[in-house]
Design a binder for this molecule. Structure first.
Ligand SMILES: Nc1ncnc2c1ncn2[C@@H]1O[C@H](COP(=O)(O)OP(=O)(O)OP(=O)(O)O)[C@@H](O)[C@H]1O
Length: 818
């Protein structure tokens, strides 16, 4: 069964200050830290452990210490205001004796001067340790100063291509100093910076946690508000440091593990943990754990001066590491990241991961409250600031960048004002309200929390200006004064106290019901036993003690450093036990199936003949038989198909030849038709010409006849030679009476003979004599003539070879119409 998701409470909560839970009246939820400080705060020992990063908590107060509640710095105000840029002249070797020793891959340098170190440190004490002791007087007490570390990331691939040299070095005589390496021209900017820790590029996240965060995490368990944040230009390694990767978990996952480890090793206290996660994107506060994705939250003033309340922030009570990790993953999926010109996954917002820790004493590891009635309430806040950045090629990124730069600028200003205040300079106003980031950080920056800042810088000379800017910000931070105090309150409304009260009430009720099962429900109301038991179990599970936290969690807490994790990097150690159990079950099923299969195969093998040669022969036979069958099958398979194909071929060949002969005769027909068309066209042309000729001739004939008629006057005796009708004919072809206008030559064509003309003329004269006028005669004659012309002649075509194709005989040129 999957573990129940952690209960979420929506609260009006002050970030980095006193936790608030909305279920309680606002007046009751503010821990009265200033009123009820019970346990004195002992001096913290961070500086002693500077060179032993893996040692236990360095800021945890020693139990039972009788030191003052608020630790004052051993230094004078003058010492506090002294700049932290300390150059240990007179201690370090003279510059000419130092030589630059490239770090791994030449990426980072460290100056080495063994001779000088031996000379200066005859006892063999680590040089930096000597310096630690020397510097101690000029440093603020850790409880009052911000712990500032500088982490130089390794060169990335692009930087390595451009220039493998690091812009920064840490001299071997002072592991807390960082300074600029010699430039290409051999010159060097002489500036040096000293911080609490310098983490060179080869530092892994586990070491970064041990040196820069563990003390703060453990202090938070002890009841001090603690803030850890990463600051640096974009792509300098803030997210890598805080979140990390599955194989190199960052400060947040390591802190979670550490918290649970601490609970395990503190049998005299019980704890209640609540987690929240928010981001500050373009000046809007977004709740990353709210069921309503992208829920925007508002800020308001708390009741105390400088207190800031985030209204409606979701806080989830968590029981196991896995639950917190799940919440973290959820928040990380929701937070705004985007590709920029410098970082493929750049954080586009400031993110705050926060755990509220409540704890109380218990007697001997039991749930019985101890004699101390106070509840410690503290907040551990881990903040991944978005990186300052230059103008990018994306519009959206530029808008985000403006907001990021603006809020970081305000943060710088606030820090510088606070540093001035610490130096007793007259500061009228600290501009917390100029950005939401500084408003959120106000309670911590104004001194209510232990602060550790990891400033990340790039090793590349290209980013030198930004790195120097980061270092000066870090320097300002070192001058800020803190006055964190343990938050121990006698608060009946502390959540852990409320839960304990409810647990006690439920237990009493259940006991009463057990003793008097028949009695009417009294204080328990309508709740059934089962409901009460469920609630009781839920509450019990939320209150964590060394006995309720399983070893698994504790082991998981040290995952990053565990040998198993190192040995099996491919394994997902973050899986829930339920998921792992399911996987195990599935794997077991598969194993049992495979075992069955193995058994079956074994049985089969046993009944097989053991002689391998025999088996080979058998198999060879089988193969041969199969080959024969296949060949036969192929033969039979091919036979019918061949026949079918032949039939089809034959059928199509017949069709083809028939169509071909049809095509041939059609072609002949078409050719002849074409020939005839051409022939007819030619004949038509001849006929047209002849018609024209005939018409011309006809006209000539008309003219001639008309002329003959007009010359043949019936009254003229000259024409009437005898009584014979023939006398009526005009004299043609010459004669004494012939009209001279009438040509005697036959120029009407060979067919219009003189006889024909004579007949015509005779007819005409006969008609005239019978009283027909000249005009009528002429028209009559014309009709006759036309009639004779239009009378159809005999068909002149004849059919050749094919009956359907008439082939016309040529018109005989001699075949005149007349
Ligand atoms: N110490 C380191 N060791 C190995 N890789 C690192 C280290 N620091 C950073 N990187 C790599 O450099 C790249 C940029 O780092 P990261 O995203 O942490 O930068 P950032 O400062 O959070 O940037 P931004 O402000 O844009 O979010 C990442 O690919 C990261 O894995």
């Amino acid at each position: 069964m999957p573990p129940a998701s952690p209960p979420a409470t929506s609260s009006r909560s002050g970030l980095l200050a006193s936790p608030k839970v909305s279920s309680r009246p606002r007046s009751a939820i503010t821990p009265r830290a200033n009123l009820q400080l019970a346990t004195p705060k002992p001096p913290l020992a961070a500086h002693k452990d500077n060179n032993v990063p893996d040692s236990p908590s360095v800021l945890s107060p020693v139990q039972g210490s009788s030191a003052k509640i608020k630790i004052k710095s051993a230094t004078t105000p003058e010492a506090r205001s002294r700049p932290l840029l300390v150059k240990p002249r007179g201690v370090g070797p003279p510059p000419r004796m130092r030589k630059l020793v490239p770090g791994a891959g030449g990426a980072y340098g460290a100056e080495e001067d063994d001779e000088r170190a031996a000379w200066n440190n005859p006892g063999g004490l680590a040089y930096s340790h000597v310096l630690d002791q020397m510097e101690a007087s000029s440093m603020l007490a850790p409880s009052e100063a911000v712990l500032v570390s500088v982490r130089v990331r390794p060169h990335n691939a692009a930087e390595l291509r451009a220039d493998t040299a690091s812009a920064w070095v840490t001299p071997s005589y002072d592991q807390r100093m960082i300074k600029l390496a010699k430039g290409r021209d051999g010159n060097r900017d002489d500036r040096e910076w000293i911080f609490d820790k310098i983490l060179p590029p080869d530092t892994d996240n586990a070491r970064a946690y041990a040196t820069s965060a563990r003390a703060h995490v453990r202090s938070a368990m002890e009841g001090f508000n603690a803030v850890i944040f990463a600051y640096g230009q974009t792509a300098s390694g803030k997210t890598h440091t805080l979140t990390g990767q599955p194989d190199t978990p960052g400060i947040i996952p390591l802190a979670i593990s550490d918290l649970f480890g601490q609970i395990r090793s503190t049998p005299d206290r019980e704890f209640l943990l609540r987690a929240s996660y928010l981001e500050l994107y373009n000046e809007a506060i977004i709740d990353l754990l709210s069921p309503e994705v992208g829920k925007e939250l508002s800020l308001s003033e708390g009741r105390k001066k400088g207190e800031v309340v985030i209204n409606g922030l979701t806080e989830c009570a968590v029981r196991t590491e896995e639950e917190i990790r799940r919440l973290l993953r959820m928040g990380e999926e929701r937070r705004k990241v985007g590709g920029t010109d410098w970082n493929q996954r750049s954080s586009r917002s400031h993110c705050v991961f926060r755990i509220v820790i409540e704890s109380r004493t218990v007697a001997d590891g039991t749930r019985t409250p101890g004699r101390d009635k106070t509840t410690r309430i503290s907040t551990l806040s881990i903040i991944d600031l978005a990186g300052s950045e230059k103008h990018t090629s994306s519009k959206e990124r530029n808008a985000e960048g403006r907001h990021i730069n603006q809020s970081l600028l305000t943060l710088k200003l606030v820090i510088s004002k606070l540093a001035d205040m610490a130096s007793k300079r007259n500061v009228m106003h600290v501009p917390y309200r100029d950005s939401k980031l500084t408003r959120l950080l106000q309670p911590s920056l104004s001194g209510d929390a232990l602060i550790s800042v990891i400033c990340t810088i790039s090793p590349s000379p290209v980013n030198m200006a930004e790195s120097i800017s980061t270092l000066s910000f870090a320097q300002g931070l070192k001058r800020v004064l803190l006055s964190a105090q343990r938050k121990e309150v006698v608060d009946p409304e502390a959540l852990i106290q409320q839960y304990q009260n409810e647990i006690a009430g439920l237990r009493a009720l259940l006991q009463e019901k057990e003793q008097h099962p028949s009695s009417a429900p009294s204080k328990g109301g309508e709740k059934s036993n089962a409901e009460m038991e469920n609630r009781l179990n839920e509450l019990k599970s939320l209150i964590l003690t060394s006995t309720t936290i399983g070893d698994g969690d504790a082991e998981a807490g040290l995952r990053p450093l565990s040998p198993s994790r190192l040995k099996y990097p491919q394994l997902d150690f973050d899986k829930t036990s339920v998921a792992l159990r399911e996987e195990l079950h599935a794997a077991e099923l598969r194993v049992s199936e495979q075992e069955e299969e193995i058994a079956r195969l074994k049985a089969e093998l046993e009944v097989r003949p053991l002689n391998p040669d025999q088996r080979c022969i058998e198999l060879q036979d089988e193969v041969n038989q199969l080959r024969m069958i296949a060949a036969d099958y192929e033969r039979h398979l091919r036979e019918p198909s061949r026949k079918v194909r032949e039939d089809v071929d034959r059928e199509w060949a017949g069709k083809y030849s028939k169509l071909e002969s049809q095509l041939e005769s059609k072609t002949i027909w078409a050719n002849r038709l074409d020939e005839n068309v051409r022939h007819v066209t030619a004949q038509k042309r001849i006929l047209d010409a002849r018609c024209k000729d005939a018409e011309a001739k006809l006209l000539a004939v008309f003219e001639w006849v008309n002329a003959a008629l007009s010359e043949t006057d019936p009254a003229d005796d000259d024409y009437d030679d005898d009584d014979d009708d023939s006398d009526d004919l005009p004299a043609l072809g010459g004669g004494p009476k012939r009209n001279p206008r009438i040509s005697t030559d036959n120029d009407f064509g060979p067919n219009v003979t003189a006889e024909k003309l004579a007949t015509l003329t005779l007819n005409a004269s006969r008609m005239r004599r019978s009283g027909i006028s000249n005009r009528d005669l002429q028209s009559e004659f014309q009709d006759w003539f036309k009639d004779s012309l239009s009378r159809p002649g005999p068909p002149k075509g004849k059919l050749l070879r094919d009956e359907s194709v008439p082939v016309l005989a040529s018109i005989d040129d001699s075949d005149d119409m007349f």
